[in-house]
Write a protein that binds this ligand. Structure first.
Ligand SMILES: [Zn+2]
Length: 463
């Protein structure tokens, strides 16, 4: 069996998931499920990044100890993943004691390789990003993704990682495909930035009370991004999945691109560990032109989505609107329209119509061995999920057309039978193709169309 290790970013544990988080995770889940259908040995990791100033401040705001705060959030996030039918194998948490131990070992190793030195750093810092910002990153003096009160000037003694030493190698690897970065537009962004001025990376912080202590200087904590990136590796050790390294796919939103495509490979090069086999970067979900996120206060809550559209409705809407190569504009009006036209009418109507006709004509469904359609598989492997869904919906339209043309309800049973049997085969294939995307719905349809076929309540009630 071919091993397939894929990861979402581990998300910042300072609040409940928002639409951007669940979009990324649903997308990764679809890829994980698809690979399992191909009988690959899948390891799917998601989790939480539980250290750092932002988490600490959020815990204080709720008057909680940071550990209690992240424990509660970890439970909440896992509840959401269950509600969204996410099939992760590992829910990684960076407060695991084993993670801290392995991170310390890795940092010692980087230091022994001569890639760490001490220096004073002065810069503009965005707490929202937990990142020092250069002039180029700022708009009107503040971070474009966070409010202006998240910005401050910091000067401190830090330890630095010799990022610049690895830049030529990383650039070469991105260009020659040793480190595949997709899609092309996101690769170009990184290459353009690699052509600019790059500084070494400060990998420790002073006075951050909530983090992993530097093994050789306990006054400093490890820069949260550095240890968070290491989770992809530490998890394979902690959960005894060593043979899955390196990751086949790091799947992430564009805000994390630099960290995953440059900093993470540089750390791995220093550690002399194999690099990830692919990095795929998707765009943002925008509401009213702004990235969805807590700091900007424009979040459509995940509870809203689940309540309105259910698990598979939510999965569908986020997958179909997930940009392959750009950001996407979403709003409730569009979601409602899409839900009604594609799920309540398109898929739901087809299933209801054919089931009724089969019931009237005593048609049974035969269990068959099925596989994902080849064209569909190609689209999923290119991570063009909205196109993959269009492909499935074109099959739905095709089946509808066939019913309208052949009018089986006007035929006697003998003549209707072969037409309906053919439609049953089509529906079974559609259901199978839907498995990675809408697992619960696919299962329902499969069940309804095996053995004696009967009408059932609508799959997706209209809204
Ligand atoms: Zn920021």
């Amino acid at each position: 069996m071919k091993k397939f290790y894929l990861t979402t970013p581990i998300y910042y544990a300072n609040d409940n998931p928002h639409i951007g988080h669940i979009g990324t995770t649903i997308f990764a889940d679809i890829i994980a499920r698809y690979n399992r259908l191909k009988e690959n040995d899948v390891l799917f990791l998601t989790g939480l990044d539980e250290h750092g100033e932002k988490v600490y401040l959020a815990s204080k705001k709720e008057d909680k100890e940071p550990q209690q705060f992240v424990d509660e959030l970890a439970q909440k996030w896992q509840d959401y993943w269950q509600k969204l039918n996410i099939s992760h194998d590992i829910f990684m948490r960076t407060t695991l004691p084993e993670h801290k131990e392995i991170v310390a070992k890795l940092l010692n190793q980087i230091k022994e390789n001569g890639d760490i030195y001490k220096a004073t750093y002065t810069g503009v810092y965005c707490v929202g990003c937990e990142e020092f910002k250069s002039e180029r990153d700022l708009v009107d003096g503040h971070c474009p993704e966070h409010r202006s009160d998240q910005i401050s000037t910091k000067e401190e003694e830090n330890y630095f990682f010799k990022l610049t030493k690895y830049i030529p190698t990383i650039k070469k690897y991105i260009l020659d495909g040793t480190l595949p970065l997709e899609p092309e537009s996101k690769k170009k962004e990184i290459l353009a930035r690699l052509d600019g001025e790059i500084h070494d990376l400060s990998i420790s912080r002073q006075n951050v009370p909530w983090g992993i202590k530097l093994p050789w200087d306990e006054q400093q904590t490890v820069y949260v991004w550095v240890e968070a990136l290491m989770n992809y590796y530490t998890a394979t050790k902690i959960f005894k999945k060593d043979d899955f390294w390196p990751a086949d796919l790091h799947f992430l939103g564009k805000g994390n691109n630099w960290f995953h495509s440059v900093i993470w490979p540089a750390l791995l090069l220093s550690l002399e560990l194999p690099l990830p086999k692919k990095i795929f970067v998707h765009g943002y979900y925008n509401v009213e032109g702004k990235k969805v996120g807590k700091s900007l206060g424009n979040a459509v809550t995940v509870d809203d989505l689940l309540e309105k559209y259910g698990t598979d409705g939510t999965r569908y809407l986020l997958a179909v609107s997930m940009p392959y190569n750009s950001d996407s504009e979403v709003d409730f009006a569009w979601f409602n329209e899409k839900y009604n036209s594609d799920l309540a009418n398109g898929l739901g109507n087809l299933i209801a119509r054919v089931a009724k006709l089969c019931e009237n004509n005593n048609i049974s469904g035969v269990t068959r061995n099925l596989a994902i359609a080849k064209n569909l598989g190609t689209l999923i492997e290119e991570y063009k999920l909205n196109e993959a869904l269009s492909y499935i919906w074109s099959e739905i339209t095709e089946a509808d057309k066939k019913i309208n043309e052949t009018k089986p309800w006007e035929l006697d049973q003998e003549k209707a039978k072969p037409i309906l049997e053919d439609l049953v085969l089509k529906i079974q294939q559609i259901a199978f193709n839907l498995k990675p995307f809408l697992p619960e719905t696919a299962e329902k349809i499969m069940k309804q169309f095996s053995g004696e076929i009967k009408s059932a309540p609508p799959l997706f009630p209209r809204i």
